[in-house]
Structure formats: structure tokens, C-alpha cells
Design a protein around this ligand. Structure first.
Ligand code: DC
Length: 230
């Protein structure tokens, strides 16, 4: 639709990026794409097929066998990721994938595979995508870029509350360790490390509600669209 824009949301793990991105997309009737789910699904494939991450030939062979798609599930009212036609939306959230995903997402070949698909998804605009490199690499031309942060202790607690219902053996320490490790790898890798784009708007949601952050972002969208229509 004329006037539709690309909204790129980047930030650390468990900062509420997906929540904001999903709510924004619903309000604007845009598509929401969870780019992290793509890296997670690729990681699941690598784990299932014992792909050696040090072997570029094995990596390329594996990527050639991977087909990723997002299919709307009306029962859950959201798009869910499919790996070669299998719905893996829940499987990719398990700790075994979380423990490995940052390593897999740091692989050059994996990134160009995922980024190529993500760029195609944005061709028609009207999209909200969240991840680590969306405003810097995937859509450097995005009309609105948001970078989200939150207090590390708050992020650990949020992540714990999200995972605990499905895994009662989980400890806060385990979650903290996983988040610290992912932050380190995501920000220090050679390929597209997590960094705030110079033109991104920073939102720290440590002490604001979901509704407040949504309204902040909707105001930003209105501003950007108004400027574009001038
Ligand atoms: O957002 P998430 O926690 O589901 O992301 C999973 C991992 O994928 C995370 O460790 C960083 C990586 N990722 C990335 O490198 N680039 C993206 N655009 C999205 C996620």
C-alpha cells in the first residue's frame, strides 16, 4: 500500500523486540518477520543433521536442503516458522537450540543465506522485522529503525518467566549464562555484529509497560509517515 514503510527493530536478546514488533505489525496490518526464528530453524537443522560448523562444504550442502517459510496460524493468530514444511515454532525455542544459535548465526554462509531471504520479504514494504542486523545490514534504507535495550537483570527475569512454564528444571543462573553468552557472541562476531544504527531510535523498556512502548513506537511511525508524505 502507498505510504507503507519498513520498520527495523534490533537489540539484545530478551529485550521485548518480538513483542513490540508483533504488536506494531498487528496495529498497522503489516507483516511481522521474526528473523531470529530463521537462525534458530537453521540451527535446529544443523543439530539434527550433525552439520560440522567448521566445514564450509557441509554448511553449504545443509543450507541447500533448507527451505524456510512463515505460515499464518489462525489458531495462534500469528505467523509461525516452518522448516521444510514442518512447523518448528516451538522446537526452536528449546534450550538446546538457544545454546547453539549464536554460533550458527555467526557463520558467514548462514548469514548471507538468511539475509538474502529477508531482503526479498521487504520488497513490498509494510513489514516489521526484528533481529540484530535489520537496521544495519538487511534494511539499511528502513524508514524507521528502533534499537531496544533493557536492564540485564530484568531481561534475565523476563526470559526465565517465559521459559519456566515449559521447563520447571530451569534455573535463573542457566538463563543468565545463556543471555550473557549470546550477548557476547552477537556483539563480538566478525559478521554483522549487533550494533545500533546511527539513525536508530533507542528505546529502553526496563521501566515502561508494553502499552507505553507500543504507543512510543506508533508515534514514531506516524512521524515518519508524515515526513514521507510531505
Ligand atoms: O532474537 P532471537 O533470540 O530469537 O535470536 C536468536 C539468535 O539469532 C541470537 O543469538 C542472534 C541471532 N540473530 C542474528 O544474528 N541476526 C538476526 N537478525 C536475528 C537473530
Amino acid at each position: 500500500m502507498a505510504g507503507d514503510i519498513i520498520i527495523a527493530i534490533d537489540g539484545y536478546s530478551s529485550c521485548g523486540k518480538s513483542t513490540l514488533a508483533r504488536e506494531l505489525a498487528a496495529h498497522l496490518a503489516y507483516n511481522y518477520i521474526d528473523s531470529g526464528a530463521m537462525y534458530r530453524a537453521i540451527t535446529l537443522f544443523f543439530l539434527r543433521n550433525n552439520v560440522n560448523e567448521q566445514d564450509p562444504a557441509q554448511i553449504m550442502k545443509a543450507l541447500a536442503q533448507i527451505h524456510l517459510s512463515f505460515i499464518f496460524n489462525s489458531a495462534h493468530n500469528k505467523s509461525e516458522i516452518h522448516l521444510n514444511d514442518e512447523n518448528v515454532e516451538h522446537l526452536i525455542r528449546e534450550m538446546v537450540v538457544a545454546d547453539k544459535v549464536s554460533d550458527v548465526a555467526a557463520i558467514k554462509e548462514v548469514r548471507s543465506f538468511a539475509v538474502g531471504q529477508q531482503k526479498k520479504m521487504g520488497r513490498k514494504k509494510g513489514i516489521v522485522m526484528d533481529g540484530r542486523d535489520i537496521g544495519t545490514v538487511v534494511f539499511p534504507e528502513a524508514e524507521l529503525k528502533i534499537f531496544m535495550t533493557a536492564d540485564p537483570a530484568i531481561r534475565v527475569l523476563r526470559r526465565f518467566e517465559e521459559l519456566f512454564p515449559a521447563n520447571h528444571n530451569l534455573s535463573l543462573d542457566e538463563v543468565r549464562h545463556n543471555l550473557e553468552m549470546r550477548d557476547y557472541i552477537d556483539t563480538n562476531r566478525a559478521e554483522s555484529p549487533l550494533t545500533q544504527a546511527p539513525d536508530a531510535v533507542l528505546i529502553d523498556n526496563s521501566h515502561i509497560s508494553r502499552t507505553e512502548q507500543l504507543h512510543m513506537a506508533l508515534d514514531l511511525v506516524k512521524e515518519r509517515i508524515a515526513v514521507l508524505q510531505q
